[in-house]
Design a protein around this ligand. Structure first.
Ligand SMILES: Cc1cc2nc3c(=O)[nH]c(=O)nc-3n(C[C@H](O)[C@H](O)[C@H](O)COP(=O)(O)O)c2cc1C
Length: 394
């Protein structure tokens, strides 16, 4: 019989042995238009594809014959221990994948003792996440044309004691996601083909859409015009909300107003990293928004070494975009990152199995980190260093 390699795509997300397999399960459960919103990138998807290719192109030179029986992957992140060098990334509109998805993600993060970042455009309010879950919560901030939204989020996140404010800097102009656009015949109106595809996903309709309706942007709902309070209308006006005039003045202002950790998300060059330290930021996230904003952008992993060299001893450096394997995470740590943010990998778990699915995604990643750490001959993440890699990227 010829060898047939096919990833599992059935009903039981627990059978997934990799993040790619969780994606296959998610693909069957979620309608095309919602899945496309999650997986897609900008324009030709060069950034999206390169993020993973760049990570794959780095290879290890492992140490051998080391006793790794006592190995662990705990690190200290902003003064507190976390079980793994992972943070769940802020992602908007999670409610299209699962009812009250932000709660499911936050709870899974808390169970795994890692931070969770809540998007400005989440479908559960920042108060509900704080009250129902707690844990280490980071609030992501889009500074929008309507600056009252910024002031409002800042005050409410402070009132709820969010540990960190994550200011996303790479969304001054909305990304051109062409595949996403092709699913609509007019703003907020799906094509007939996609309407039929939704009808072919009764489970999603009965779990997500019919009982609870189209999710709302709960954090900013009071600022939205009546027709844009739900995801349906809101997505259509979204591109107009992004503020093309955001600048370093916002960072200085936020530093003055925000009392706890301030992190900039979307830094990709040394000059900007230095600027962030000069303005008193506590951390930066090297990110190209998972390939969803500027196309043909460098992969964050490419610029990690030079940014670590410039500011690694002055601030916490986190990285995201394209991380799907434990080995990807270890490559970034070896190059000097303190932690890795996970976007789509945990969303695939969410779509495949709700909170348990997110737990499963995290368990896949942490098991892979543990296994590879042992195979590299390391007992902790501190022992990883750039000389253990063949890296032709920089
Ligand atoms: C569906 C989706 C929604 C996102 N929404 C936001 C958001 O609201 N705010 C933000 O700063 N980044 C957002 N991002 C970017 C993520 O925070 C993160 O940078 C990216 O997903 C990392 O790449 P990865 O998905 O390959 O892990 C979003 C990403 C996805 C996939």
């Amino acid at each position: 019989m010829p060898l047939k390699r096919k990833l599992y795509s059935g009903n039981d997300f627990r059978k997934a042995v990799s993040i790619d397999e969780l994606y296959e399960i998610a693909r069957c459960r979620v309608p095309n238009f919602a899945l496309e919103y999650v997986i897609g990138g900008a324009e030709d998807e060069n950034s999206l594809n390169w993020n993973q290719t760049a990570l794959k192109s780095i290879r290890f030179k492992p140490n051998t014959l080391v006793d790794t029986s006592s190995r662990h992957q705990r690190i200290n992140l902003f003064g507190q221990e976390v079980n793994s060098p992972l943070v769940i990334a802020p992602t908007g509109l999670n409610g299209m994948l699962h009812h009250r998805a932000d709660i499911a993600l936050a709870q899974a993060a808390k169970n795994n003792n890692i931070p969770f970042s809540l998007s400005t455009v989440s479908n559960v309010s920042l108060e509900d996440v704080a009250n129902e879950v707690g844990g280490r919560l980071w609030m992501q901030l889009y500074v929008m044309t309507e600056r009252d939204i910024t002031r409002d989020i800042l005050k409410r996140a402070d009132d709820q004691n969010y540990e960190a404010l994550v200011f996303t800097t790479d969304a001054n102009v909305f990304g051109n996601r062409e595949w996403d656009k092709r699913n609509y015949r007019a703003p907020a109106k799906l094509t007939m083909r996609n309407i039929m595809d939704v009808a072919c996903h009764p489970r999603w309709m009965f779990d997500v859409l019919i009982p609870y309706g189209v999710p709302r942007f709960e954090n900013i709902v009071k600022f939205m015009p009546p027709e844009a309070k739900t995801a349906k209308g809101g997505v259509a006006i979204f591109p107009k909300l992004f503020a093309p005039d955001i600048s370093w003045d916002e960072v200085a202002w936020l530093r003055e107003k925000w009392p706890r950790k301030l992190i900039l998300k979307g830094i990709l060059n040394v000059a900007d990293a230095i600027h962030a330290t000069e303005l008193g930021c506590d951390g930066i996230i090297l990110s190209n928004h998972g390939g969803r904003q500027l196309d043909s952008c460098v992969a964050p992993i490419e610029v990690l070494p030079e940014i670590v060299e410039a500011v690694g001893d002055k601030m916490t450096i986190i990285i995201d975009s394209g991380f799907r394997r434990g080995t990807d995470v270890l490559k970034a740590i070896a190059l000097g990152a303190n932690a890795v943010m996970i976007g789509r990998a945990t969303l695939f778990g969410l779509a495949a199995g709700g909170q348990d699915g997110v737990n499963h995604a995290l368990s896949i990643l942490t098991t892979e980190i543990d296994r590879a750490l042992g195979q590299l001959g390391c007992t902790s993440l501190d022992e990883l260093h750039p000389e253990m890699l063949v890296n032709n990227l920089s």
